[in-house]
Design a protein around this ligand. Structure first.
Ligand code: SPV
Ligand code: MN
Length: 626
């Protein structure tokens, strides 16, 4: 008998209490009892991952109107409120104990004050509602990557989404030692109207890293509410910092090279910049599209996917451009669509899906018809730009067979990329690990997208594509990356990519499909099978190698003109970028390591020297082959 028993006994039915008490961990009992006292739910449901319990969650999400069935019986749609369509960065705050700081770039407030605000927001938030308790495991179960997570929510949509996205963990929790480190997630949608959070002006996400607990309130958008996604990533980054590994906003995939060899690559692109579409490239297999944990296991950089599903952007997914996703979204594999348009016969539509859209239906604004305006007189689009789909990975024909491997996979390459109109070439390799960490990861910039609230298309500093989630001072985070390689037998190769280069008329210089070639070139470089030209910013491909790869993998003729335009070194733009990055660190990152400034200086000198010799725009062919 433990001290929280009276609260649990008073609020749980015998059946639910029995399910809970097979998990012996007292901190779990305490978290649940404390939440009951704070949020005052009418009922409590403990989910034991049995088929019956999991089905109950899906059915209740539908019965409560948080989801609506679609024409395909395994599919549902969920709508978020008009003002709750993306991650709210402004209202996402770290609760920092007295005397600590996370540096000038992260939103933070005094922990004590923050906890008071959280208590205020969550007090009585589950009156007249049922509270769901679920147990999950981030990373494969029973592996060095596993992190147990308890999720409490009053949203059955959240509990259902997590079922598709994460590994069930009830049995795993039953085996945990008493002192296991557990992440605790507490979410409440707050006041609802038509199943939508209406108190969005008081929404927030508060990260109490001291207690490994994250609170989310008055929101339902998955990026703010799903505890195992970005809420846990922020805690995982701190855990990784303490334990000497890396928790990253990265896909993890396998590229097939000559003779069927497989090279695992992990890639960090900001939200909405091509992580999912890269990991879905035909001919490759996917382990994960959003969150990777990378550990040094016996001298080898080894990675696993924290998740087992995809919460993907659906805009512009079409039968032609994304045949794999398209097929899954039209199959009977379970799926939750969010913020799409639903026709009266239950078919979901979204922006740029390549179909003729109906001119009316239901969307996030309610009944929708073509020409419908919002309060400001602006057209309401048929679906939101950040509309999404939620699916499990196991239903995909291209899922990599290591998805559940507790040993993870060896990482051959790490890729950094953003929405960058005018600086980086389509693909290049860093000179070494430190050069890649500093001039690629730490120097990443990207235009903002609809994945976060606020205007899109604004160039922002986006170090490691992880700026929205980094939860330790940035200089320390960079130093951790530098240190990570020092005890590896061989560090992965680091590359940068840029799918968003434009010419002076604003036209993209590369095709969506071309990324396959950049990856195949990386595979050759990882195995020492291709030479490269050494530019001031990194190693770039030879024209002949790309020409062959375009023929072999895309049946496309790649021209010398394309090569010269795409791989031209744009010196003034690159120098301006170095200045912006250096200023960012000097102004805001007091703990940036010296090597960052040294490597930026070196890159600047190489660029200036090349500019003196060859001018502002330098053809790739002038650089020597190594
Ligand atoms: C992202 O925005 O990076 C996502 C979706 O992957 S979410 O973080 O859940 O908003
Ligand atoms: Mn993401």
């Amino acid at each position: 008998m433990n001290e929280y028993m009276s609260v649990l006994e008073a609020h749980l039915t015998d059946a639910n209490l029995r399910k809970l008490l097979t998990i012996p961990n007292k901190s779990v009992h305490k978290f649940i009892a404390d939440t009951i006292e704070l949020c005052d739910p009418m009922k409590v449901f403990i989910c034991d991952d049995s088929r019956m319990d999991v089905e109950y969650i899906r059915k209740t999400a539908i019965a409560r109107g948080e989801e609506t069935p679609l024409a395909i019986p395994t599919h549902t749609v969920h709508f978020d409120g008009l003002h709750d369509q993306a991650r709210d960065k402004e209202q996402t705050t770290y609760l920092v104990p007295e005397g600590e700081t996370l540096g000038d770039q992260l939103n933070q407030m005094d922990r004590k004050k923050g906890l008071e605000k959280v208590q205020e927001r969550l007090k009585g938030s589950m009156e007249n509602k049922k509270m769901v308790v679920r147990f999950f495991c981030l990373g494969p179960r029973d592996s060095v990557f596993s992190i147990p997570v308890i999720q409490i929510t009053d949203s059955f949509y959240v509990a259902h989404s997590e079922d598709l996205l994460y590994r069930r963990g009830y049995d795993y929790f039953r085996r945990l030692p008493e002192d296991a480190e557990i992440f605790q997630m507490l979410h409440s949608s707050g006041k609802l109207m038509h199943s939508v959070s209406i108190d969005w002006q008081n929404r927030g996400v508060a990260i109490d890293y001291k207690e490994n607990t994250v609170y989310s309130f008055n929101t339902q958008y998955a990026g703010n509410s799903i505890g195992l996604k970005k809420l846990s990533l922020r805690l995982a980054i701190r855990k990784a910092d303490r334990e000497g590994w890396l928790a990253e906003h990265m896909f993890l995939m396998s590229v097939q090279g000559p003779n069927e060899r497989k090279t695992y690559m992990t890639g960090a692109f900001p939200s909405g910049c091509g992580k999912t579409s890269t990991s879905m490239i035909p001919g490759c297999t996917i382990v994960g599209d959003d969150l990777a944990y990378i550990k040094n296991i016996e001298g080898v950089a080894t990675a696993a996917n924290a998740e087992r599903g995809i919460f993907g952007i659906i805009r512009s997914v079409s039968s032609k451009g994304d045949p794999v996703i398209w097929a899954v979204l039209n199959s009977h594999e379970p799926a939750i669509f969010s913020n799409v348009l639903v026709s009266y016969d239950g078919i979901p539509y979204w922006l740029e899906d390549g179909r003729d859209a109906p001119n009316r239906g239901i969307n996030f604004s309610g009944d929708w018809f073509e020409g419908k305006k919002d309060a400001n007189g602006e057209d309401i689009p048929l679906a939101h730009k950040n509309a999404r789909y939620t699916i499990g990975l196991e239903g995909l024909p291209n899922v990599d067979k290591t998805l559940e491997d507790p040993n993870g996979v060896e990482v051959g390459a790490v890729i950094y990329g953003g929405r960058d109109a005018d600086t980086w070439v389509p693909v290049q390799q860093s000179f070494d690990w430190a050069h890649g960490v500093i001039t690629m990861g730490a120097s990443l910039e990207s235009e903002s997208t609809a994945a976060t609230l606020g205007p899109s298309g604004i160039r922002k500093f986006q170090a490691f594509s992880n700026m929205d989630f980094i939860s330790i001072p940035l200089g320390k985070y960079i130093q951790n990356h530098l240190d990570f390689a020092s005890s590896l037998t061989e560090a992965p190769k680091i590359f940068s990519v840029n799918y968003f280069q434009r010419d002076e008329n604003g036209q993209f210089l590369t095709d969506k499909a071309d990324k396959r070639v950049w990856l195949q070139w990386m595979d050759l470089r990882v195995h020492g099978d291709a030479k490269a030209r050494k530019t001031p910013t990194g190693f770039i491909p030879l024209f002949e190698d790309l020409q062959n790869l375009f023929r072999e993998h895309l049946e496309k003729e790649y021209s010398q003109d394309q090569y010269e335009e795409q791989f031209m070194i744009r010196v003034p733009e690159l120098l301006a970028k170095l200045d912006r990055i250096e200023k960012e660190y000097r102004d805001y990152v007091s703990d940036a390591p010296d090597i960052l400034y040294n490597l930026i200086d070196d890159q600047r000198s190489r660029l200036i020297q090349a500019q003196t010799e060859y001018g502002d725009c330098i053809k790739p062919s002038v650089f020597s082959i190594e």
